[in-house]
Design a protein around this ligand. Structure first.
Ligand code: SF4
Length: 239
């Protein structure tokens, strides 16, 4: 049983919970149903940080587009750190929250250049998991979920980020109490994340949440998890 997420977040693993085994089974089914597709993430942790920042509360196609525009206009961290907010805003406008994000992106580039000098990506790769988490969550606009995403996608760490799709499906499955705040939900899930399956489980839940277990009108009749799911069992048991 992996406990990297739990150790980093300072919570105790729930050794008696049936959920690590259930999550492993869910990961297997989701891989069979959806594969493990690329969601456009980057191997370079610095590029990934900006990608994750732009992805929050934004539709998939939008944040891919704004991220591309940003990198075309400012191909290096130095260029981004020296950018004017107006120029950055123009690149990311269509993704929403542009004024706040533009300020954050410039601050982030400046902080990365200073704290990770001379090569922020190399510096991040050199850190152990706990130090990488501390470094990432010390950056402007990067919380625990974003830090876990960067660690999972770009630093190959077996940590389990709880994004909105993950939380919604976990609630429906009965793995998570409804209405927990995000920090509590992330910690609760860290107690039961399965060994070595974090990335495929996370990607599987994101894809499943976008295509089958959608926020409204989930397609329980077509769901490969229906027999494991509190909501699915109720829906499919109806006459
Ligand atoms: S059975 Fe329905 S609610 Fe449960 S995971 Fe599948 S789509 Fe979501």
């Amino acid at each position: 049983m992996s406990d990297l997420s739990a150790r980093i977040l300072g919570v105790r693993r729930n050794r008696r919970s049936p959920w690590p085994a259930r999550w492993a089974e869910i990961a297997t089914r989701l891989v069979a149903a959806h594969g493990v597709p690329s969601l456009g993430n980057f191997r370079d942790p610095v590029k990934e940080i900006f990608y994750i920042l732009l992805s929050a509360k934004t539709a998939d196609a939008q944040y891919r587009r704004t991220n591309r525009a940003l990198h075309l206009a400012y191909p290096t961290l130095e260029a981004l750190a020296g950018a004017k907010p107006k120029g950055v805003r123009a690149c990311i406008e269509s993704g929403g929250l542009a004024p706040t994000r533009a300020r954050r992106i410039i601050a982030l580039a400046k902080t990365l250049l200073k704290a990770g000098a001379p090569h922020p990506a190399r510096y991040l790769r050199s850190l152990d998991a706990a130090a990488a988490f501390r470094f990432l969550t010390g950056l402007p606009g990067i919380g625990p979920k974003s830090a876990f995403c960067v660690m999972m996608y770009s630093l190959n760490r077996d940590v389990f980020p709880a994004d909105v799709n993950v939380i919604r499906i976990a609630e429906r499955l009965g793995a998570l109490r409804c209405g927990l705040d995000h920090a509590k939900a992330q910690k609760t899930l860290a107690k039961t994340a399965p060994d070595g399956r974090s990335k495929e489980l996370h990607i599987g839940l994101v894809v499943h949440g976008r295509t089958v277990c959608t926020p409204r009108n989930p397609k329980c009749g077509d769901c490969c998890l229906a027999d494991l799911c509190a909501v699915g069992r109720r829906v499919t048991a109806k006459p």
